[in-house]
Each structure stands twice: as structure tokens, then as C-alpha cells.
Design a protein around this ligand. Structure first.
Ligand code: S3P
Length: 432
């Protein structure tokens, strides 16, 4: 297993464009497979998770050609998928498993979707229950875990109130709604990322959003599209944090996704003093995209809780690891979902940050990480528990620590940002 040694210092400067957004890439690939004809997706995420979606779609009989530049998907329509000869494997990707479950529920064949050890531990009842309610037959390990055997067929339209804020669950139901016998609606009490709704409309589905309810009309003929995926803001956040931490840094990130249901993290950082300026903002296939410039900044710290949490759920590991560089520290509440991500992110962060000398209090639904008053972080050997976002968050914290930090099993970053360490090195000025 690879390990990475991170040395502190070295200001960040220059400009960078990032690989495509992971969430949007999954959605474009799945909808392109359900459209009739050839779609072209530029800047498709290089994340291993998004490659898992492509592999599953190929197993379902979809022709996909990829170059480093773009992915061509020849869709066969809503009923064009074929029964896979073997199990589908979503590997580490919760989004692949949950979103494809919605599609598989609408098929006339039975199929099984599984994943790696981490994904097989993650909760799936959240998609099993609503899809069963729609008429799908789903068999799982213990009512909650993958592998999921999904027998699809005719689906009933339902009105579903999401019991937990989850864009993956919302998306699974909306995708199943394509196959239902009437208008399906999903109501969320807390807003989550809306890429599925946006992409469905772009591909030609009829989707209405009124207040918290999203309604999808069944059986559209989806049109193939030529699309470009915006850069991944959730990956950008690690570089943003690096530039905020290391003195004299000044960085520009071009063409990054700024969808308001994802950009809450920038609002929070700006509210605690971060010098972050968006520019050249434009709309691309219904998604806001722009450039952001970041400069090293003193940060005050603060609390993250309530409805905002869902909109920055993937950025919380980085924000927790940024806390030791803030004046007052950072406190996170209402983020119980962090415990059922690729790892128990609260426990993994608490362990890693404590090893580096941070003062951390763990709560069932969050954590408090002390600020500068707890003293400077020191380099240590840390274990990201196979979780890409923990590996990147601790790597960035290491940039501001005294001495070297060793990140064990560092190649897990490939799950969302394979180029992370290369990009980090490339943007750093040589240390004296
Ligand atoms: C995602 C939704 C979120 C997020 C994940 C990607 C998506 O998961 O954490 O990384 O693309 O819909 P949940 O739906 O479980 O909150």
C-alpha cells in the first residue's frame, strides 16, 4: 500500500483546472445511457467512483468509449438495458449503487449490484424501502446492506417524503420515477444537491420543483446531449484550504462548479474570513460554473449546524481539518451522516487530527476541533481508514504542521481525485 510523506510550507500559486465533478459525471453517464443515441461528455470525472458507474453501464449492455478527453455513451432508451451476465460492482461508490438501484428497479430483468467491503457496510435500506414501495422486489443481506438483488418491473408512482437528507436517495427515486405509472414526487425537508433534477431536464424529462417537492413525469424520450462537466468543487476545497493555510499563497481555480446547493462551503469560508472571490460565472447545461481566486487568510472559525450541513456534507472533513488553523476552532453538529460515509468520518478525523496534536471533542453527530489556542499541529503517521476525503483533509492539515506527516494507504485519493498529490506538488513553490 502506498504512503505519502507531506512536508509543511511551500506557498501555493498559479492557476489550475480540475477534473470533472463526481456527482454530475455519474448523472450524465446514467442519463446518457437511458437516452436514445450518442452523447458526448467532456471533462468526465477521472474519479474511480465515476469509472465504476461506466463499468456497470457497460455490463448493462451500453456501448461506452472513453479517451482522457471525453466519454461517448450510446444510449438505448429507457428499456434498452440488458440483463448483466454477472453482478454489477459499484466498488467504493455509494452514488453508483444507490442511483443505479433506482434504474434497475424499472427493468424487466433481475440483477445484483454489490461493492467493496466499505460499500457493503453502508446503509441501503434508505433506497430499498422507497423502491419497494414503488413495487420493486429487492433482496439484501440483512434488509440494509449490499449486495442488492433487484427484480424490477412495473413501478407505481409514489409521493415520498425523504426521512434523511440524501441526494442519492432522492435521485434513486426520481430515476425509478422515469419507469412509474404516473407522476412520482419526492419531498425533502432539507435541500440537497439538485444535479439530478437539472440533468433530467437537460436530457428532456419533465421535472417540476415547487418548494420542497420535486415531481417527475414518467416515460420521457430522453435526448442524447453534448455536455461538459464543470470542475469538482468538492475536490477544489482541498486546494482552497491549502491556499488558505499556507502563508503567501494565491491561487486561481478555473471552471469549477458553483451550483448553489454545493457552494455553501464557500459562503462558510468567506464568513470566517477567507479571501475567496468568484468570477466569470456562467450557466452550463443548467449548472453554475465559474473561476475562484483564493488568497492566504487569517480565519476566525465558527459553527456549522442545521440545514446547511447537507449542502456541505462532503466538505466537512476538510473544514474539521482546517480548524487548528483558525482562531476559535470549528464545531460541527447535525452531521450524523458523516458516520456512514466511506468511513466513520467523525472517528477517522478525530483519530488523525489528535495524532497530529489537535484537541478534538467527538459528538454523536459531529465534533469540535480547537483552534490556534491548542498549539501548532505536528507531523505524525496517520491512517485515513481507506477514505479518500480523510486522506486529502489530513494531507492539507499536514501542510501547516511542524515536521513531516506520513499518510498511510494514500492511494485511496483515487476514489475522487486521482491527481490530488500531483496537483498539490505542481502548485507549490519550491521550499527554501
Ligand atoms: C452525492 C450525495 C451525497 C454525497 C456524495 C455524493 C451525490 O451523499 O455525500 O458524496 O452525488 O448525490 P448522500 O446522498 O448519502 O448524502
Amino acid at each position: 500500500m502506498a504512503k505519502k510523506v507531506i512536508s509543511p510550507g511551500g506557498a501555493f500559486s498559479g492557476a489550475v483546472e480540475l477534473p470533472g465533478d463526481k456527482s454530475i459525471s455519474h448523472r450524465y453517464a446514467i442519463l446518457a445511457a437511458l437516452a436514445v443515441g450518442k452523447s458526448e461528455i467532456a471533462n468526465y470525472a477521472s474519479a474511480a467512483d465515476c469509472q465504476s458507474t461506466l463499468t456497470c453501464l457497460k455490463r448493462l449492455g451500453i456501448e461506452i468509449e472513453s479517451t482522457t478527453e471525453r466519454v461517448h455513451v450510446t444510449g438505448k432508451g429507457l428499456d434498452g438495458l440488458s440483463k448483466p451476465r454477472a453482478k454489477l460492482n459499484a466498488q467504493n461508490s455509494g452514488t453508483t449503487m444507490r442511483m443505479l438501484s433506482g434504474v434497475l428497479a424499472g427493468q424487466s430483468f433481475t440483477s445484483t449490484i454489490t461493492g467493496d467491503a466499505s460499500l457493503r457496510r453502508r446503509p441501503m435500506r434508505r433506497v430499498i424501502e422507497p423502491l419497494r414501495h414503488m413495487g420493486a422486489r429487492i433482496h439484501s443481506e440483512d434488509g440494509d446492506r449490499a449486495p442488492l438483488e433487484i427484480g424490477g418491473g412495473k413501478l407505481r408512482a409514489i409521493d415520498y417524503k425523504l426521512p434523511i437528507p440524501s441526494a442519492q436517495v432522492k435521485s434513486a427515486i426520481l430515476l425509478a420515477g422515469l419507469y412509474a405509472d404516473g407522476v412520482t414526487s419526492v419531498t425533502e425537508s432539507v435541500r440537497t444537491r439538485d444535479h439530478t433534477e437539472i440533468a433530467l431536464r437537460e436530457f428532456g424529462a419533465r421535472v417540476e420543483s415547487a418548494k420542497a417537492a420535486i415531481r417527475i413525469h414518467p416515460r420521457p424520450k430522453l435526448q442524447p446531449l453534448k455536455l461538459t462537466v464543470p470542475g469538482d468543487l468538492s475536490a477544489a476545497v482541498f486546494l482552497i484550504a491549502a491556499a488558505l493555510i499556507v502563508p503567501k499563497s494565491s491561487l486561481v481555480i478555473h471552471n469549477v462548479g458553483l451550483n448553489p446547493t454545493r457552494a455553501r462551503v464557500l459562503d462558510f469560508l468567506i464568513s470566517i474570513g477567507a479571501k475567496i472571490h468568484p468570477g466569470s460565472v456562467q450557466m452550463l447545461h443548467g449548472e453554475l460554473v465559474g473561476d475562484i481566486s483564493i488568497q492566504h487568510s487569517p480565519l476566525s472559525g465558527g459553527t456549522i449546524s442545521g440545514p446547511n450541513v447537507a449542502e456541505m456534507i462532503d466538505e466537512l472533513p476538510m473544514l474539521a481539518a482546517l480548524a487548528p488553523f483558525t482562531e476559535k476552532g470549528i464545531e460541527i453538529h447535525d452531521a450524523r451522516e458523516l458516520r456512514v460515509k466511506e468511513s466513520d468520518r467523525i472517528a477517522a478525523l478525530a483519530e488523525g487530527l489528535r495524532r497530529m496534536g489537535a484537541r478534538v471533542d467527538e459528538f454523536p453527530d459531529g465534533m469540535r476541533v480547537e483552534g490556534l489556542n491548542a498549539g501548532k499541529l505536528k507531523g505524525a503517521k496517520v491512517d485515513p481508514k481507506g477514505d479518500h476525503r480523510i486522506a486529502m483533509a489530513l494531507s492539507v492539515a499536514a501542510l501547516g504542521a511542524a515536521g513531516d506527516t506520513t499518510i498511510r494507504n494514500s492511494d485511496c485519493v483515487a476514489v475522487s481525485f486521482p491527481q490530488f498529490f500531483d496537483v498539490l506538488e505542481r502548485l507549490r513553490e519550491p521550499q527554501p
